[in-house]
Design a protein around this ligand. Structure first.
Ligand SMILES: Cc1cc2nc3c(=O)[nH]c(=O)nc-3n(C[C@H](O)[C@H](O)[C@H](O)COP(=O)(O)OP(=O)(O)OC[C@H]3O[C@@H](n4cnc5c(N)ncnc54)[C@H](O)[C@@H]3O)c2cc1C
Length: 393
């Protein structure tokens, strides 16, 4: 079977809804992924290796903190940012996760809740990829309900002392700085964010091994035992659980676009394969109605997902987006992408399980994407709460 090369997916002239700048960001990112990630991603995925060599080139293209203004950041609009994450995830969800964490979960909280000194110290260096970050919210005992966290910070003199465990932390062991969320004992257990540099005494990280998903992304556990940090490391404007949730909103928005990229990769591969692959009377499998039904489902759902997230992006640009809008986009688009991966895998038959094609890798990655940043079902509850006014958590 000849090599299958991505050709782009646009059924209803979606491109006409984009500005020239938005298309330029999309096309530049697409070309970068085609030239730099596609040739190495299957090897990275097999080896469980994060392609760290791409950090500098991605920084040079302005991918980190792309929607922030100042501090060397690109100041992209929200649709430009979304199209960038779409193309990154068309390459691999793990690489998109790295960019989302660096941007939406580390640079964003420093930007939104940090002091000017913290911003000057970290944002330009993180934009250039010279410093990497991670976001520590989840704990071994608390995932969907982060408000139950056990990690504690105690103010002692002009320092804070941190104790606790964080789990499933993207980029945990490669990060120079961790944004750690902890309950502050001296403030009635209010949740606040802290910047913890990796070389602080008592701070350790251990990678999760044996992961069958996001294998090109580092995932770690973090442990803090009497970690002393100066009070200047508190993110001063953090104020309760709503602060980390604001960060998650940023990242979830990027995921909603990213999932479309994974779906496009699977769909386009399955479409091309179905035209090339012949079974029965020397006819392509694309000539069978049942195969066409699968392709029709995929292109319809991809198209609807594009329109949904474009509207959410436009609302975000206008300052009118609500968290339940982002929940709907994340929940729908990741589910849609996972279904596309499963249908595409099916169309490739046995070839679908091999890493000569990207589909199985996308499928495995999307299982994590469905779970992190609020599980599919947690987003059902957020939307349910929004339409009924009743909290069902
Ligand atoms: C690869 C990977 C990378 C990650 N990166 C990060 C990171 O960088 N930083 C970070 O802080 N976290 C990270 N996470 C953690 C992720 O956010 C959590 O896994 C997620 O929030 C779910 O928590 P949990 O795994 O503890 O599942 P649980 O909360 O135990 O949920 C298990 C199941 O129960 C369901 N459930 C839970 N509560 C309810 C309810 N009220 N009603 C109905 N169903 C419910 C869930 O939907 C799910 O199906 C990562 C996870 C993965 C897999």
């Amino acid at each position: 079977m000849p090599a299958i090369k991505f050709r782009g997916v646009d059924f209803i002239q979606f491109d006409a809804l984009l500005t020239e700048e938005e298309r330029l960001v999309r096309d530049t990112t697409r070309q970068f992924i085609e030239d730099n990630l596609i040739p190495i991603i299957e090897e990275c995925n097999r080896a469980g290796r994060f392609p760290r060599e791409l950090v500098k080139p991605m920084a040079d293209l302005g991918f980190f903190g792309a929607s922030l203004k100042g501090y060397g950041c690109a100041g992209m609009g929200n649709v430009e940012y979304g199209l960038m994450t779409q193309e990154l995830e068309r390459g691999d969800s793990g690489v998109r996760s790295f960019v989302s964490v660096q941007s939406g979960l580390v640079m964003f909280p420093i930007y939104a809740f940090g002091s000017e000194e913290q911003k000057q110290t970290w944002l330009p260096a993180m934009q250039k990829g010279e410093k990497l970050g991670c976001f520590g919210l989840t704990e071994p005992g608390f995932g969907s309900n982060p408000g139950g966290m056990r990690t504690r910070a105690r103010k002692v003199g002009n320092e804070y002392v941190l104790n606790g465990e964080k789990m499933w932390i993207t980029s945990g062991s490669i990060a120079d700085v961790a944004v750690i969320w902890a309950k502050v004992e001296n403030e009635n257990d209010k949740i606040r964010g802290f910047l913890v540099e990796k070389d602080r005494k008592g701070f350790t990280s251990d990678d999760v091994h044996g992961k069958w998903s996001l294998r090109a992304s580092v995932t770690s556990g973090l442990s803090m035992q009497d970690v002393h940090i100066p009070e200047a490391n508190l993110l001063p404007k953090t104020d309760g659980l709503k602060s980390p949730l604001m960060c998650l909103n940023q990242a979830r928005y990027g995921i909603a676009w990213g999932a479309i990229g994974a779906a496009m990769s699977c769909y386009d591969c399955a479409l091309q394969y179905s035209i090339l692959r012949k079974q029965w009377r020397d006819q392509p499998i694309a000539s069978h109605q049942l195969v066409q039904d699968k392709l029709t489902w995929m292109i319809s759902e991809i198209t609807k997902a594009q329109l949904l997230v474009l509207q959410v992006g436009r609302l975000k640009d206008a300052g009118k987006v609500e968290h339940q809008h982002i929940s709907m986009a994340k929940r729908n688009n990741v589910w849609m992408a996972l279904e596309c991966a499963r249908l595409s895998r099916d169309i490739l038959g046995a070839n679908g399980v091999a890493d000569d094609y990207p589909i199985m890798r996308h499928m495995m990655n999307l299982e994590s994407v469905k779970t992190y940043e609020g599980t599919h079902d947690v987003h059902s509850l957020i939307i349910g709460q929004s339409v009924t006014g009743i909290d069902a958590f």
